[in-house]
Design a binder for this molecule. Structure first.
Ligand code: SAH
Length: 422
């Protein structure tokens, strides 16, 4: 999708009246113009990348624009705010790509943003496995690109990025020349944008699990059937931090998935590691990685529900020097917040009760409704419930290949606490 496609279906009445700039003044042919209501431009003018549907002059013409088409966004008096994609059916109606209203949003534009994102990641993570594009924060709204060396996995999470699909794929070829490109278009965000679900290999072939190298350890992931794009790059630095506490110790990795925390701890010299997850395919890939890294003799895998497993271990009097709990999101929407918060408290209590005196507890939350202060409060309460005392050694978030747009602090979804217990 490019600007000219949007133009074709743009009713001329979408352009605001007298004060609006003419199409010629905005360049790019007759790109549709979407106007904000009076006084609604301030946040966008300050640099926020979105305009919400209730801020838009939702004329009949605007309502009929194709979801995700490229538009020029202007304020109420017609002064341009930038070039955006526009979905008249979603709360996040306009997503701004560039402040220059005449900028073409095409293959070359996407390639330029990919190059910029890549330069940063290659400096941070020269192994070539990383989140290459983290949506708005990397100037490509609604787009996630994860790179596993020669395999690139895309998530087109907004109507705008979905319409730019061909330009994005072409730009990925230009910048990375990958052996394979996978579309993991099965996120819930797509449903909100009115988009269908699709998982497909659009270039090359995926015949087997693919390797991810992180912190010097090789893991295996399945970009077609695994969680999200296959691997969680966001915990990379946190896995390394936990591993620094692991030498010679007994480690429990709850919700281990492919063994990210557990195997990194084992590679750092943990005496024994137990990985617990309810997914058999995930544990099978983790076991394969343990063998590949020569760690199989020190790592065990248990297929179990985490609460049941921790209850059983507590009853048996088991103790670990380091317990890691990195569960799936317990709070998926705001209405689940109270129940989800209790879930984190219960998990922290269970995990804390398995920590040996002088040991450590790492607990994470990827629920963005669960703000850092809430997680800290639930963990504090959990320690009290478990009759344990301790101190927070470190509180943090996602690795730097998951940047945060400064105007979207709420997109910093990942939180974790590392505690030392008495
Ligand atoms: N810690 C992992 C990521 C965890 S993702 C890492 O470092 O990459 C969440 C994992 O929790 C998934 O593998 C999923 O299979 C598992 N899971 C979800 N619910 C579970 C439950 N109730 N008990 C055990 N595992 C569960």
């Amino acid at each position: 999708m490019n600007a000219s496609t949007a133009t074709a279906s743009a009713p001329s009445s979408a352009a605001p009246s007298s004060a609006a700039p003419s199409s010629a003044a905005l360049g790019s042919g007759a790109r549709p113009v979407v106007r904000l209501q009076p006084q609604r431009h301030k946040r966008v003018r300050l640099g926020h990348p979105w305009a919400f549907s209730n801020e838009i002059e939702m004329t009949a013409a605007a309502k009929t624009l194709p979801p995700g088409g490229v538009v020029t966004l202007v304020d109420a008096v017609g002064a341009p705010l930038g070039v955006a994609t526009f979905n008249p059916h979603t709360l996040i109606a306009a997503r701004i790509y560039d402040r220059d209203p005449v900028r073409e949003i095409d293959r070359a534009f996407v390639a330029e943003r990919l190059e910029r994102a890549r330069a940063l990641r290659d400096r941070l993570y020269p192994e070539g496995c990383y989140r290459l594009v983290h949506a708005e924060a990397d100037g490509l709204p609604g787009l996630v690109v994860d790179r596993y060396g020669a395999v690139v996995v895309l998530q087109l999470n907004s109507a705008g990025s979905d319409r730019l699909r061909e330009a994005i794929i072409a730009a990925v070829h230009d910048v990375l020349a990958p052996a394979a490109i996978v579309l993991r278009n099965d996120s819930t965000a797509r449903t909100l944008e009115g988009l269908g679900q699709e998982v497909a290999v659009v270039h090359g072939a995926i015949d087997d699990a693919i390797a991810v190298v992180e912190n010097g350890v090789t893991f295996f992931c399945d970009p077609l059937g695994g969680q999200k794009t296959g691997w969680f790059f966001d915990q990379r630095e946190n896995r390394a931090l936990c591993a620094r506490l692991a030498a010679g110790r007994r480690v429990l990795d709850l919700y281990s998935y492919l063994g990210g925390f557990g195997l990194t701890a084992a590679a750092a010299g943990a005496a024994e590691v137990v990985c617990v997850d309810r997914s058999e395919p995930a544990l099978a890939l983790a076991a394969r990685a343990a063998a590949r890294n020569g760690l199989a003799d020190r790592v065990g895998f248990v297929r179990a529900e985490a609460f049941a497993d921790t209850e059983r271990r507590a009853a048996a009097g088991e103790r670990f020097d380091l317990v890691i709990a990195d569960p799936p999101a317990f709070v998926k929407s705001k209405k689940d917040l109270a129940a989800g918060a209790k879930g984190y408290r219960k998990l922290a209590r269970r995990a804390a009760s398995l920590v040996a005196p002088g040991g450590s507890l790492f607990i994470a939350s990827c629920s963005h409704h669960m703000v850092p202060a809430m997680l800290t409060a639930e963990v504090a309460r959990a320690l009290s419930d478990a009759r344990r005392t301790g101190r927070i050694l470190y509180a943090g978030g996602a690795a730097p290949d998951h940047p945060v747009h400064p105007m979207l602090p709420e997109s910093a979804y990942l939180k974790f606490l590392l505690l030392a217990l008495d």
